[in-house]
Design a protein around this ligand. Sequence first.
Ligand code: HEC
Ligand code: HEC
Length: 286
Amino acid sequence: MNSTLTLLAGLALAGSATASAATDPARLARGKYLMEGPVACGNCHMARDAQGAPLPDKGLSGGMLFDEAPFKAYASNITPDAATGIGKWTDAQLKKAIREGIRPDGSLIGPPMPIGFYRKLSDADLEAIVAYLRAQPPVVNVVPKSEYRMPLPPNYGPPVGKVKAPPAGKSAQYGEYLATIAHCMECHTPRDAKGMLNFSQLGAGGQEFKGPWGVSVAPNLTPHANGLKDWRDADIATAIRSGKDNQGWPLKPPMGFPFYANISESDMQALIAYLRSLKPQPGHKP
Ligand code: HEC
Ligand code: HEC
């Protein structure tokens, strides 16, 4: 290649890099995979009917109610509608909201949004998620204001700097990253008397979830006989993707099986390697 052509090629690349923020196809594809797969923000943010079935044409316009003793929270409209969604927020504001739980007006996003886990989202994955959100159709939907009958902390920790994911692959280390951004342990770890996750019992299960389905109890995911020790890899994958236990019985919500159905084979192997690396806990006996 002569020097003029090299220069032109370089300019074209630089041009596409600046225009790319929201439209770079690889970034958008990564965002789609994360959002419709392991990260599954839609499991909480999708608009739903009274029975809890998703309303696909209303997208991520929110409204789902989390009615708990300390709060009555409604999932926000996170479509790009300027008036009722996040359309007026800049990329930087949106990133801060997702990874630090702080809105542009400085207010704190309350539970159950799992901000503690999202603090570990890599810069690249956060950008991919923002690109995906920007690419969604705006949906007008006014969501009621959440009510917190408990003091919210001033923040979820110091500002998050740069975050890099471990190298992608089938390792337990990458599986831990995936389980974090999929907030598996938000549900599968027991809580203490104050409602805080008890990380010394990581993955031991026992939390109860009430809803139109009745009550479900998060099982023990550690490699203990009360957990997944005797489960084959294929059965664990089927449980996560298809919502069926190792006897073929259907598993109840609120785990986002329809999203997790899209988890890639390599990512599934990483997740399983991570679960197998957890400290065995007697924890919750099914
Ligand atoms: C477990 C449920 C849950 C999950 C998972 C979840 N959210 Fe939320 N999110 C909420 C709730 C509830 C609120 C409202 C909290 C409040 O009113 O303070 C919220 C608020 C927000 C807000 C603030 C919007 C506003 O207008 O104030 C943004 C942005 C947001 N979520 C984005 C996301 C993204 C992106 C993801 C995935 C990476 C995600 N959420 C995952 C439940 C969830
Ligand atoms: C919103 C809460 C929630 C999240 C997030 C969640 N789970 Fe679950 N999970 C549950 C509940 C509740 C059950 C049990 C459902 C039932 O018994 O009907 C379950 C069942 C399972 C099972 C079947 C185990 C058994 O003994 O039957 C596996 C495996 C599992 N989850 C793994 C995961 C992994 C891996 C992730 C993250 C990718 C995850 N879960 C995210 C709540 C959750």
